[in-house]
Design a binder for this molecule. Structure first.
Ligand SMILES: *[C@@H]1O[C@H](CO)[C@@H](O)[C@H](O)[C@H]1NC(C)=O
Ligand SMILES: *[C@@H]1O[C@H](CO)[C@@H](O)[C@H](O)[C@H]1NC(C)=O
Ligand SMILES: *[C@@H]1O[C@H](CO)[C@@H](O)[C@H](O)[C@H]1NC(C)=O
Ligand SMILES: *[C@@H]1O[C@H](CO)[C@@H](O)[C@H](O)[C@H]1NC(C)=O
Ligand SMILES: *[C@@H]1O[C@H](CO)[C@@H](O)[C@H](O)[C@H]1NC(C)=O
Ligand SMILES: *[C@@H]1O[C@H](CO)[C@@H](O)[C@H](O)[C@H]1NC(C)=O
Ligand SMILES: *[C@@H]1O[C@H](CO)[C@@H](O)[C@H](O)[C@H]1NC(C)=O
Ligand SMILES: *[C@@H]1O[C@H](CO)[C@@H](O)[C@H](O)[C@H]1NC(C)=O
Ligand SMILES: *[C@@H]1O[C@H](CO)[C@@H](O)[C@H](O)[C@H]1NC(C)=O
Ligand SMILES: *[C@@H]1O[C@H](CO)[C@@H](O)[C@H](O)[C@H]1NC(C)=O
Ligand SMILES: *[C@@H]1O[C@H](CO)[C@@H](O)[C@H](O)[C@H]1NC(C)=O
Length: 492
């Protein structure tokens, strides 16, 4: 097929224009308001369904299919002609452009409108099984995929922690300077979350793999309708808690704690921003019914901690641990170590004699906090199951850094007591240790085990960086976890 611009040119020269009488009932489209055509909204004759466009020098039209296209799918033509009597003809015409719909089910087109143009949008075709969403805007198309993916925290047998893609960069906190070199308190709090009015509206959609959310079309309205119209999908999860969360430097995300999941099931996950922008899918699997660890999340002093920890069930039937119900026998020593570490660190000439051209005391404290949280809260996991779909891009994914923790064994974090049940630890990625080693002054004595000897007893090696740590990102697969639900080491 010719590009729409060429097509318009050819059409204007070659085709004679059949004059379709302008329909008397033209609906007006307005900016940033979506219109959905379904079922009997489509024209059953060769006469198109017509919409008038507001007057503006440029309009961006965007489309999303909300259901798989039928054999007579809807086609959208737009005219920016100055002749109001000529609605866009289905075979082209002067100043007539078709909004092409991609295989994902999305289409967009920006047109300029001369001062006296009469903008008309015509929808041809479509059957009762089709569903089309139309939006117009003055700048970016309303329908567009989001570049970033949601993030999987962790799961238990019937709960999961999930994060939206980041939507706002973290606030810039002024770097401390000499002579007032102040570092954040150990028990720090998150900066105040962005105003709801200035944050996008993010909604979570997930369903078991076999409800086929990842079929085409991949548009926000299609995912929403598949989840809401299928009782099994609609009831497959329940958001128990949600909040804005600043996990790391990638920025503010929405965090969801979901419940009502089935054990040992593979789920597909999407986040939808402002009703039209789709992010995903990512996949995750739930643990087996006998998995006994509990989710810990929303700790302002350990902002990246969002995973299962070997703890008894939280008090008062709470769905998970957070800062309000985490045992003080865990929180107090952790904050004590961090406070004492910070005190030692501040005896360095912070902000005066740089111990490194790249790193500051603030970087050292932040890296140590992340490492301390990762080793203080051991992460539980399970050997990956079999027969739950292919394993993403691997024929056989690399085995995760799992280490069995037989009951009665003393734990790495003494405050956790000896383990009371048999569980399997997912070791922290060694890069968290190296990052602290690099960021802190040598005389503080922070050291990581050597890769060729015992490092693999306490850390996951060779997943993010190469096995010897020489090549950043050179590990297999080059990350702590992937979008297919494989988690290789604890990257929190
Ligand atoms: C589509 O049809 C429904 C009822 O069948 C009607 O309420 C709605 O306004 C129609 N939408 C458009 C855009 O014409
Ligand atoms: C219609 O829009 C196209 C693309 O923006 C532009 O090239 C063309 O000049 C416009 N037609 C008129 C009559 O302005
Ligand atoms: C708009 O459509 C073009 C193809 O016509 C496509 O390359 C582009 O990615 C689309 N833009 C968005 C934001 O979807
Ligand atoms: C030192 O800095 C902290 C935070 O940056 C600030 O709250 C405090 O008021 C400052 N103290 C002095 C004496 O300037
Ligand atoms: C966010 O989107 C959901 C679903 O699209 C809607 O129900 C809700 O009212 C929206 N909230 C706000 C604040 O816009
Ligand atoms: C951390 O500080 C908050 C108040 O900012 C307090 O409510 C909480 O008890 C403190 N946590 C610990 C473990 O000391
Ligand atoms: C922190 O230092 C104080 C004073 O040196 C000490 O009493 C305390 O035990 C230390 N806390 C931890 C958790 O090591
Ligand atoms: C979950 O399903 C997806 C899609 O089939 C697959 O690529 C992925 O490997 C599965 N994940 C696991 C952990 O089985
Ligand atoms: C934990 O295990 C160690 C070594 O096996 C043992 O000496 C210690 O008494 C145990 N502590 C508790 C509280 O069971
Ligand atoms: C842990 O596993 C061992 C060996 O399989 C078993 O003997 C023991 O009873 C288990 N302990 C618990 C608390 O389940
Ligand atoms: C660690 O690596 C050594 C040598 O490569 C190997 O013999 C040992 O089994 C590994 N230990 C673990 C827990 O993977």
């Amino acid at each position: 097929m010719l590009p729409s611009s060429l097509w318009a040119l050819v059409a204007s020269v070659v085709l004679s224009l059949p004059l379709i009488p302008a329909q008397s009932t033209q609906t007006s489209l307005s900016f940033d308001t979506l219109v959905t055509l379904t079922g009997n909204n489509f024209s059953t004759t060769s006469t198109p369904v017509l919409f008038s466009l507001p007057s503006s020098s440029a309009i961006t039209i965007s489309l999303a299919l909300c259901a798989a296209a039928s054999s007579n799918p809807p086609r959208v033509l737009v005219s920016n002609s100055t002749d109001s009597q000529v609605p866009p003809d289905s075979s082209g015409g002067p100043d007539v452009y078709e909004v092409m719909i991609s295989s994902l089910g999305l289409g967009n087109l920006t047109l300029e409108f001369p001062e006296n143009a009469v903008g008309v949008l015509a929808v041809y075709g479509g059957t009762t099984s089709d569903s089309l969403e139309i939006g117009i805007s003055q700048d970016e198309p309303l329908h567009a995929p989001l570049a970033d993916l949601p993030f999987f925290g962790d799961s238990t047998a019937n709960e999961a922690l999930l994060f939206s893609p980041p939507f706002l960069p973290p606030p810039s906190i002024p770097k401390p300077t000499y002579p007032n070199y102040t570092l954040p308190l150990a028990n720090t709090s998150l900066p105040s979350p962005p105003e709801p009015a200035s944050s996008p509206n993010l909604t979570l959609f997930l369903a078991p793999l076999d409800t086929e959310l990842s079929a085409l079309p991949q548009t926000a309205c299609a995912i929403r309708s598949r989840v809401t119209s299928d009782t099994r999908a609609a009831q497959s999860a329940l958001v128990l808690e949600e909040q804005p969360w600043l996990r790391d430097a990638s920025g503010w995300r929405r965090e969801w704690l979901v419940g009502r999941l089935e054990p040992l099931a593979n789920y597909s996950v999407y986040a939808i921003q402002d009703g039209t922008r789709l992010s995903g899918p990512i996949y995750f699997t739930t643990k087996s019914a006998s998995f006994s660890c509990q989710l810990v999340h929303a700790l302002p002093y350990c902002p990246t901690t969002a995973y299962a920890v070997p703890l008894p069930e939280p008090p008062d039937t709470a769905p998970a641990y957070d800062a309000s119900n985490l045992p003080t026998s865990l929180a107090t020593p952790l904050l004590g170590y961090l406070t004492n570490f910070t005190t030692s660190l501040l005896t360095t000439a912070c902000g005066r004699d740089a111990y490194s051209p790249l790193q500051t005391c603030a970087d050292c404290q932040a890296a140590y906090r992340r490492w301390l949280c990762a080793v203080s809260f051991p992460r539980c996991s399970e050997w990956p199951g079999t027969g739950q779909g292919q394993q993403g891009t691997f024929s056989v994914p690399p085995p995760p850094a799992l280490l069995p923790q037989p009951s009665g064994m003393p734990q790495r974090n003494a405050a956790m007591g000896n383990s009371s049940a048999n569980w399997t630890a997912l070791l922290p990625c060694i890069e968290t240790c190296y990052a602290t080693d690099r960021a802190c002054p040598v005389w503080l004595g922070f050291r990581c085990p050597r890769p060729k000897t015992t490092a693999n007893e306490s850390y996951g090696l060779g997943f993010i960086d190469s096995q010897d740590g020489e090549e950043p990102g050179g590990g297999v697969p080059g990350a702590a976890q992937d979008r297919w639900g494989n988690v290789f080491c604890n990257g929190s």
